[in-house]
Design a protein around this ligand. Structure first.
Ligand code: NAP
Length: 239
């Protein structure tokens, strides 16, 4: 491990909740200067209240004009994490609404690429970029072909981008099932049942916590010898 995060400037797009917020908390604990973004001002205010030492800014990663203004105002920085999520695009293909799948691409694939392209001129060459994809890209499970397309498309770009933007490093972390507000579309009982079913089939015997994924992100940010990789952090779900 080469680098301390002390005084490093980090931007986490989609950092007001879940995996992004857990990453922000760890980095702030290591004395990094962390700014997190999200669309909801209320969610960002809550994040700032319970996570000492982070800055917050409302930015919608689907809005390129706002992204350009945000990164221009931030100026140069060291590390970018893109944890922006989408939720649409799951379901058996025969019944899948292609309109929803398109929206799924808009809210994750295009939102992440817009953020990445707007940020690129400002990321210091000794720093790193980490995208958050999803294990659906390779899980081969029924009902996730749409999510596989969204996340697989992002993952396929990583090796080529790593060569293009060298010496700046770029990697992705691909999480399995993680207990975050992403799952709040399910009633509490249904969520507990779903997590219980996953826990029973996972080699590690439990679903993931945001901190599990945050640790994987910090590894990729810190390790100056790792670029162009997709790091699976899925409790064995893809085995
Ligand atoms: N949880 C899982 O089981 C799981 C599994 C595999 C992959 N992932 C991936 O992990 C990443 C993080 O997800 P999570 O589970 O931590 O979800 P989460 O708790 O819902 O967090 C998502 C974050 O992204 C922000 N966000 C969403 N759309 C945005 C936009 N257009 N512009 C700016 N911010 C936006 C949200 O804030 P606002 O809504 O206020 O904008 C929130 O801060 C996502 O890419 C997700 O697909 C999660």
């Amino acid at each position: 491990m080469s680098d301390s995060f002390e005084s490093k400037k980090v931007i986490i797009a989609g950092g007001s909740s879940g995996i992004g917020l857990a990453t922000a908390a760890k980095l702030a604990g290591e004395k990094a200067q962390v700014t997190v973004t999200g669309r909801s001002a209320a969610r960002l205010a809550d994040a700032a209240k319970y996570t000492p030492g982070i800055q917050t800014t409302v930015v919608d990663s689907c809005n390129r004009k706002d992204l350009n203004a945000f990164f221009d105002a931030q100026g140069n920085f060291d590390h970018l994490v893109i944890a922006v999520s989408g939720s649409l695009g799951a379901g058996k293909f025969a019944d899948l609404s292609l309109k929803e799948l398109r929206e799924g691409f808009e809210s994750k694939f295009w939102a992440q690429l817009n953020t990445l392209q707007a940020a690129l001129p400002y990321v210091n060459k000794g720093g790193s970029i980490t995208l958050i994809t999803a294990i659906s890209a390779i899980s081969r499970a029924p009902g996730v072909s749409g999510l596989a397309a969204i996340n697989g498309a992002l993952e396929l770009m990583i090796p080529s981008l790593a060569k293009e933007i060298q010496p700046l490093r770029i990697n992705a972390v691909s999480p399995g099932v993680v207990d975050t507000p992403w799952w709040d579309f399910l009633p509490v009982n249904a969520k507990d049942d779903t997590f219980g079913q996953y826990a029973a089939q996972l080699p590690v015997g439990r679903v993931g916590e945001p901190d599990d994924i945050a640790d994987a992100i910090l590894f990729l940010m810190r390790n100056g010898y790792t670029t162009g990789t997709v790091l699976r952090c899925d409790g064995g779900l893809s085995l």
